[in-house]
Design a protein around this ligand. Structure first.
Ligand code: SF4
Length: 392
């Protein structure tokens, strides 16, 4: 093992630093590793081969695990990074976790978080290599959907990622989710011809309410509207994806629909993907009662009639259908011996690797420990295991 310090800094057009990776990653050194490293990173990026430090996420300040091929962490098995295959022609691509916002309704408790303790960033080549293997199982109309537990455009190598995904055989569509705050017209132009659709989460048209919903005074709804206009004017399709939080932004929903219609959202696919706020176990909890889905769909139907739109969407509206995927590597209830190799996404969780999958293990034991655990989740090739002590 070698501690390698790397840093990467990205500046916006005003020369403000928007992203920094600085610190040390622990890597296993294959033969000729240093010469490979020199080919991949410039001398400027490799600042030290010593001095162990903890790598930290620029926005969340949490520990950041750099997931490379050499790290030995597979990209299938966890929802915080890598790839998720839910048995359709759409593959979720998660290059980075962590968010620049702090939405009061966030389903993954991002921003100021009580539950999250670690973020992850994945090496671009590794991500695309593993993606290509998975895409090859699925037929000729694969959609790469870049999303994550956080804001994907925090990833400093997004254009490189898009370029490489575009070259993967069978990829027909590339889409990405974003809150829009880190985009601008120049970045959007740079992604034309690479990215097919942006799902833009914007939940209010009002600056004050926007800041309240985003949980930060840094949120600028006017900037996000500008981004929406720039996307709609580009050859990238725009889908507006507000989260409807009853009692908070009811009056924004029709305004967002009118805004989307005015700027030309949804040329190739539907222009609106309105989501109902749901209270998730590890998500942020908003006061008041969430809207029942029957009520939500009824109101979507009413707005649909009013504006002549289909707002009750199904996967088929986006060309998503069942497709072959990876076999499961474990059975639910199976008891396994696991070595803990890295910190988990949430407190009380560690990562283990077995049978080519990464497994989130609920335990307080440190890295390097071996534990016996029971696999409790296998859906979508996402694995969770619990140890006997974590059940107590
Ligand atoms: S932008 Fe998305 S990931 Fe970020 S805090 Fe808001 S809801 Fe969560």
């Amino acid at each position: 093992m070698l501690s390698m310090a790397v840093f990467s800094e990205v500046y916006d057009e005003d020369n403000d630093k928007v992203f920094v990776i600085r610190g040390t990653i622990e890597v296993r050194i294959p033969h000729n590793f240093y010469s490979q490293l020199k080919r991949k990173y410039s001398d400027e990026e490799i600042v030290s081969m010593q001095e162990p430090k903890i790598l930290r996420h620029h926005h969340t300040k949490r520990e950041l695990v750099y997931v490379t091929k050499e790290s030995g962490l597979p990209l299938i098995g966890h929802t915080a990074f890598g790839l998720i295959d839910r048995g359709t022609n759409l593959i979720q691509v998660r290059p980075v976790s962590g968010c620049n916002l702090n939405c009061i309704f966030c389903s993954v408790d991002e921003g100021v978080s009580k539950s999250r303790r670690t973020d992850y960033i994945v090496d671009t080549d590794y991500l695309v290599e593993e993606f290509a293997k998975l895409a090859a199982l699925k037929g000729d109309d694969v959609e790469a959907h870049i999303d994550g537990q956080g804001e994907p455009f925090i990833y400093p190598y997004m254009v490189e990622l898009l370029e490489k995904l575009r070259k993967v055989p069978h990829v027909k569509v590339i889409s990405a989710q974003t809150n829009g705050m880190l985009l601008d017209p120049e970045k959007i132009r740079a992604m034309e011809g690479l990215l097919d659709r942006i799902n833009l989460s914007i939940s209010s048209m009002d600056p004050r309410r926007g800041r309240m919903l985003a949980g930060t005074n840094l949120y600028d709804v006017e900037h996000v509207k500008e981004v929406a206009r720039a996307v709609a004017a580009s050859d990238i399709d725009l889908l507006l994806a507000p989260v409807w939080v009853p009692g908070f932004n009811d009056e924004d929903i029709p305004k967002l629909i009118e805004f989307g219609l005015e700027i030309g959202a949804g040329k190739r696919w539907p222009g609106f993907g309105i989501q109902n706020y749901v209270r998730y176990q590890f998500g942020k909890k908003v006061r008041g009662r969430p809207m029942k889905f029957s009520e939500f769909f009824k109101r979507l139907e009413e707005y649909g009639k009013q504006y002549g739109l289909n707002l009750k969407l199904t996967p088929a509206d986006f060309g998503i259908h069942k497709a072959p995927g990876l076999p499961r590597a474990f059975r639910r209830g199976e008891r396994v011996k696991l070595e803990l190799v890295a910190p988990g996404r949430v407190f009380g969780e560690m990562l283990a690797v077995s049978r080519g999958r990464v497994i989130g293990v609920l335990t307080d034991r440190p890295a390097g420990s071996t534990v016996f655990a029971e696999i409790t989740r296998t859906n979508d090739n996402v694995y969770v295991a619990v140890t006997a002590e974590s059940r107590l």
